[in-house]
Design a binder for this molecule. Structure first.
Ligand SMILES: Nc1ncnc2c1ncn2[C@@H]1O[C@H](COP(=O)(O)OP(=O)(O)OP(=O)(O)O)[C@@H](O)[C@H]1O
Ligand SMILES: [Mg+2]
Length: 402
């Protein structure tokens, strides 16, 4: 199991300083650089997506407006601790950093050990503070937004999204499930819900979609999952704009640990908003040539949208006699498969027809255990290409016995 690392984001508009910081940080175990950002205008968006533990932010003459950015970040993302780095060590700068909500201040030049001890110290303090605040209603979760996607119809996106949400909720996580298949969404059918109000009515509520309004539209399911259903009719889909989707996800992110999003088999504007805000994308495929071709194109598109790094491939309806070897499919795609869900027509289809997810009724069935493994992968935030490449480097016996 991977030990938790301190996730650091660098905000600095000088390429050389960014590289220097990256080089220093790369020598420390226990620290992961989750990204860097040159433009402090972009910074707030990047912080919202990555939710780092620590933000190293450079402030220097004449770019003192960076203090304003630091302040905005501290207000909007109180769990992301800003550490200001500056050439100036005067009292006035320290005071401004403090007012901007920075947790610490490093004056250049500093030693590598000073940087490490500052990061560790701030991280530990933040952990203590968060533990204290943990019980408060407005505790900010480090939320995972998981979009289940695939451009081929019927590959099992909804089956996976619904059962995954159930499993996460069963393991006492706070879970919201959004049906973004806006024309023909069927999450309500999978869960035997009869919603009177859906995402289309919510989108008509005006411009301020705050959490209490959104929660009033979430339907509680017996598993503990709260569900935002798709519109009742396909023509209402056009009422929902990307800004609605963004507002809903951004609000839910502050109160739910997992936001699972089911999608239609297309790239469209609303989907793209969800993909953009996702921390994990589960790209579902089945082992047939048409789907593999589609997945290859999807991976290329996700790559051009800078979303490939978040993507995990999930093979659904895996069985021994698929006619295409998994190895060959991975080779064609240039992408390794992270999870396999076996085929079980009898159980999966009857669960859908009854409106009761199979992970709840048959938790020890092979297909349920596979969804459980997928859930573990989502919780541990593993299954990315770097993780898979690493695990496949290990000798076979180590892989199965560890
Ligand atoms: N592992 C599986 N074994 C057997 N049947 C499955 C499996 N996964 C999904 N199915 C069945 O395949 C059909 C399509 O599944 P599902 O609705 O989840 O796909 P989808 O990708 O959401 O489709 P759409 O693109 O239309 O939204 C359903 O009847 C479902 O019960
Ligand atoms: Mg579906």
């Amino acid at each position: 199991m991977r030990l938790e690392k301190i996730r650091v984001l660098i905000i600095n508009d000088e390429a050389e300083s960014r590289i220097n910081l990256q080089n220093i940080l790369a020598t420390f175990e226990g620290i992961e650089i989750v990204g860097d950002c040159a433009d402090d205008q972009e910074a707030i968006e990047v912080v919202g997506k990555l939710l780092p533990d620590i933000i190293l932010m450079d402030v220097y003459m004449p770019r003192l407006d960076n203090f304003t950015t630091a302040e905005k970040i501290s207000l909007r993302f109180p769990r992301c601790a800003v550490v200001i780095i500056s050439m100036q060590g005067e009292q006035e700068y320290l005071r401004r950093a403090m007012l901007a909500g920075a947790r610490d201040y490093l004056v250049k030049p500093f030693k590598a050990e000073d940087l490490l001890s500052t990061i560790r110290h701030v991280y530990e303090l933040e952990n203590k503070r968060n533990n204290l605040e943990g019980k408060e209603k407005d505790a900010r979760f480090k939320s995972q937004v998981v979009t289940v996607f695939g451009t081929k119809g019927g590959v099992g996106k909804t089956t996976i999204a619904v059962n995954l949400a159930m499993l996460l909720a069963k393991s006492k996580k706070k879970v919201a499930l959004i049906d973004l298949d806006l024309q023909f969404g069927d999450v309500s059918i999978f869960l035997n819900l009869s919603p009177r109000r859906t995402i289309s009515e919510l989108s008509q509520e005006g411009n301020e979609l705050d959490i209490s309004l959104i929660e009033s539209y979430l339907i509680p399911h017996i598993s503990g999952t709260r569900v935002l259903p798709a519109p009742g009719r396909p023509e209402y889909a056009e009422l929902i704009m990307p800004r609605h989707v963004e507002a809903i996800i951004n609000q839910l992110k502050l109160y739910y640990e997992y936001i699972i999003i089911d999608t239609p088999p297309t790239f469209n504007e609303t989907n793209l908003s969800a993909i953009d805000l996702s921390t994990q994308i589960l790209l579902v495929l089945s082992m047939d040539m048409a789907t593999i071709k589609n997945v290859k194109l999807s991976l290329e598109l996700l790559d051009s949208l800078h979303q490939r790094g978040k993507t995990k491939l999930v093979l659904n309806r895996a069985s021994d006699d698929m006619g295409i070897r998994i190895y060959d499919a991975e080779d064609t795609l240039g992408f390794l498969i992270a999870a396999h869900i076996p085929s079980d027509g009898k159980l999966v289809v009857s669960a859908l027809n009854k409106g009761v997810p199979f992970v709840l009724t048959n938790p020890s069935a092979k297909v349920s255990l596979a969804v459980k493994d997928l859930g573990d992968m989502v919780i541990k935030d593993l299954g990315y290409q770097k993780d898979l490449i690493e695990s496949r480097k290990k000798p076979f016996f180590k892989r199965i016995f560890q």
